[in-house]
Every structure is written in C-alpha cells, then in structure tokens.
Design a protein around this ligand. Structure first.
Ligand code: HEM
Length: 442
C-alpha cells in the first residue's frame, strides 16, 4: 500500500515537473505568452466548463494586441500553441507555407467511430485526395443546379413569417433557420426529402453529435494530444447511436439508388461514384467513408448557416437604414426577374451580399481555426522555431473585432464590403471561412 502511495506521489511530482519544464518553452523562445496553469494550460477547465474557449481566445487576442504583440504563445495542456495576430504571419501559415501546416488536430477514430473520419478531421494524403474529389461539388454550376431545392425549402420560412406577422406573435428565429438549413443540406447531402418525422430524427441525432458534454470534451482534449493512445483505447468522439443513424440513412439511400438505377444530380451521387470507382489507386470508398462526408457536410453546414442567417436578420432589424436598402434592392432586382427568386437574381443583390459579409465579420460562427505544424518551422524574420506537432491558432474573431483592421468594429457597416472599400481590407484579416487550401469547402 505504502509502495503504491509512493509511486503515485512520484508520478504526480514527475508530471508536475514535466508541466513546469514545458511551460518554459515560450519564455525560452522569447515569445510573449499568457500564464498557463496545470493541468489544462490555457484551455478553460473541461470539468467546470465555465468558460467558452472561443471567447477566451478573443480576450487573449485583445490583451496581447494592446501590448503591441504581433504574436503570442499559449499552452493547450502542456503543448505550446502559437497565436499570430499579424495578418502577415497568418498568410504564411494558412497559405504560403501550407506544406508545414496542412494538419488539423481533430481527433478521429476510423475503426471504432467511422463517422468521425471526415474531410474536416482527416489529414495528409487522405485529406488531399478527398478534398480534390469533393471540390467539384461546390462549383457555381453545381450550386445553380440545386438552387431550386433552396427556394423550395424556403417556403417554410415564408409561411412561418406570414403566420407570425398576421398573428403578431413572437417566435424563435434560430429554430426557423435551423429547420431550413437542415432541409436544404439533408436534401442535397443525404439525398432524401425531409418529412416531419425525419426532421425530428435528424434534429435529435445532430444534437447528440454536437453535444459537447464533459466526457466528449475530455476525449476531444486527450485525442488532440494523444491520438494514437486514444485510438488504441477505442475512444470515440460521436455517440454510437448518432453515428449508426447517419450511416444507416446513407446505406439505405445508396442501396435504393443502386437497386433502382436512380441517379440524382447531388452531392451524394458524387460520393456514390467514388465508392464505385475501381480505377482509384487508394481503393474504393466504403459506405462508412461516404456517410462520414455526408455527415460533416450536414454538421459543418447547418449550424453555421443557421447562425449566420439569424444574426443577419437581427442586424437588419436593429439597423432600419440597412433594412430599407435591402428592400429597395430586392424590389428592383426581382422586378427584373418577374418576381422569381433565382440564382442570377441573388447574384445581382450585391448589397445583400455586403450585409452577409458584415454579419460574418461580427458574428463569425468560427471563433478561430487551428493548424498543426508537420515539420519544424522557422518563423521568418524572427528567432522562433515552431516544432513538429505544435499547434497554431488563428484568432478569427479577435482579428474581426480589431479596430486596427475595422474602425469602430462593434458597428454594423455593410459598406465596409462595398467594392470601392473592399480593397482597403487588409489581406488575411477577413477569415470567416478560414483561408488557404483548407478553406471551408462549402
Ligand atoms: C456560413 C456558413 C459557413 C461558415 C462560416 C463556415 C466556416 C468554416 C471554417 C472557418 C472552416 C475551417 C477553415 C480553415 O481551417 O481554414 C470550415 C471548414 C469546412 N466547412 Fe464550412 N462553413 C460554413 C458552411 C459550410 C457548408 C454549407 C458546408 C458543407 C455543405 C461546409 C463544410 C465544411 C467542410 C467539409 C470543412 C473542412 C474543409 C477541409 O478541411 O478541407 N461549411 N468552414
């Protein structure tokens, strides 16, 4: 018993010593840093979950920027993480020196949790191959083809708004847009019409898949730092029932299409073609791989789009002059297209585009994006070396709310994105979709 206690104490002391040594890294490199604490480093405690990591990054950004720093260091557990605040460094990491930073440190487990191995989490050659195969899904021509689905699903918004306007009742706008974006993406990605029952199922299982409970946060943190060990232990990110639900939906739709020789011009069809492509050196896609891509399109697309639409509506309501300008533009353009909301008409609504851009600046759904350093990297014009395995965090919301790049950052000003003013926006200081080869595919 005594021996066990002694071993335990020694282990804890060794761990503390290791943490203390690791926490010296930025000091040794002469990089300004935010004081970490054991065991989470600068992460908020996964056990208390009292703080949102995204909000924390914004606060750290402004704290360090006020002191004039062009970059700073933090620690994720004991791992050093580099945070650039200068768009010049951001460009190097996301685009110019991408070959050093082409990994994203999201835990996935192909064997025990196949739905987690998707475009967002995969890395290296697997990601590259998938990305090049999936990119053609989002060309302007393809979007034009599925535009009818967007308009058809939009009828629910029209009905909801009419109903509440007539009855003068209040309602949950985010709920309405979540329902709309679920309809659109499920229709395009899973290739199924969404009736009321299916929508409830999708909602329940996507909530399960998005539920960042304490267990999930711990797996996410541990998986980011010790991915091999977590895979060996069979740790999964996504609840099994949610994973099985999404895989089964895809399996049933694919079987139906193959049995009935049905071909639809949608995203799922592209994946079915990859599944059946015998010429690919990597071998054919499995149903699980197909389902994982549909799943991430749904997960990455529905919440971000619904959040953006909700905040856009909020800003329009809060800024009557913006509302007037949007209405003028819509009336003018729709007159030209006989009242039909078509793809070409939307493209002509340039002021509406500026409103969406400004919404994404202030209310960017992604607070930050991350990259993992894949080979030691000497940061140009500094003495800093980022070692293989280090994290880099690009603080999107911090930059978007920085008066150096956006004077009066808290004010909603769509004119910032007017073509005459757009050239004044510093490159790599507007990043709602990330940047470089791993920019948002959607
Ligand atoms: C307003 C809507 C959206 C926002 C703000 C958004 C934002 C982002 C951001 C910030 C990233 C990370 C980029 C980086 O690391 O540089 C990302 C990646 C991604 N997004 Fe989106 N997204 C949106 C809509 C969508 C939609 C509609 C889809 C799919 C239908 C989608 C699918 C993806 C995928 C698959 C990735 C991973 C790409 C890769 O690693 O190759 N997103 N998105």
């Amino acid at each position: 018993m005594l021996l066990l206690a002694e071993s335990l104490i020694t282990l804890v002391l060794l761990l503390i010593a290791y943490y203390k040594f690791s926490f010296q890294y930025w000091k040794r490199q002469n990089v300004p840093f935010i004081q970490p604490s054991i065991p989470w480093g600068n992460y908020p405690s996964a056990l208390k979950r009292q703080d949102n990591f995204g909000e924390l990054v914004v606060r750290m950004y402004h704290q360090m920027k006020k002191q004039g720093h062009k970059y700073f260091g933090i620690y994720l557990f004991f791992q050093p993480c580099f945070v650039p605040t200068d768009p010049k460094f951001i460009k190097l990491i996301l685009a110019k020196d991408f070959q050093h930073f082409n990994f994203r440190n999201f835990y996935y487990n192909e064997k025990d949790d196949p739905i987690s191995a998707h475009l967002l989490s995969l890395n290296g050659e697997k990601w590259k191959r998938l990305r090049s195969k999936l990119t053609p899904t989002f060309t302007a021509g393809k979007i034009k083809m599925v535009f009818k689905i967007f308009v058809e699903c939009g009828k629910i918004i029209e009905h909801t708004l009419e109903h509440h306007a007539q009855n003068r009742t209040s309602f949950d706008v985010k709920e309405m847009f979540s329902s709309y974006s679920t309809d659109v993406i499920v229709n395009c990605a899973f290739g199924v019409e969404v009736d009321r029952l299916k929508k409830t199922e999708f909602k329940n299982y996507s909530q399960k898949a998005l539920d960042f409970n304490t267990r999930r946060c711990i797996v996410m943190y541990l998986g980011a730092v010790f991915p091999k060990l977590c895979r060996k232990l069979g740790f999964r990110q996504i609840a099994k029932s949610a994973g099985d639900f999404f895989i089964n939906i895809v399996r049933n739709t694919v079987e139906f299409r193959e049995k009935t020789n049905t071909i639809r011009n949608d995203f799922l069809q592209l994946l079915i073609n990859l599944k059946n492509d015998e010429s690919d050196d990597w071998g054919q896609f499995s149903i699980e791989e197909v389902a994982a891509q549909c799943f991430i399109f749904f997960l990455a697309g529905f919440e971000t789009s619904a959040t953006t639409m909700s905040f856009a509506l909020y800003e329009i309501a809060a800024n009557p002059h913006v509302y007037e300008q949007i209405m003028d533009e819509m009336r003018r353009v729709l007159d030209k297209y006989n009242g039909e909301m078509c793809h070409d008409a939307i493209k002509e609504m340039t002021y509406l585009g500026q409103v969406v851009d400004e919404t994404l600046r202030i209310h960017s759904p992604a607070y930050a994006v991350s990259r993992t350093c894949t080979q030691d990297y000497h940061v140009p014009e500094t003495n800093i070396v980022l070692k293989k395995g280090f994290q880099v965090l690009i603080p999107i919301r911090g930059i978007h709310s920085d008066p150096e790049f956006y004077p009066e950052p808290e004010k909603f000003k769509p004119e910032r994105f007017h073509p005459d003013n757009r050239q004044n926006i510093e490159p790599y200081s507007y990043l709602p979709f990330g940047e470089g080869p791993r920019i948002c595919i959607g």
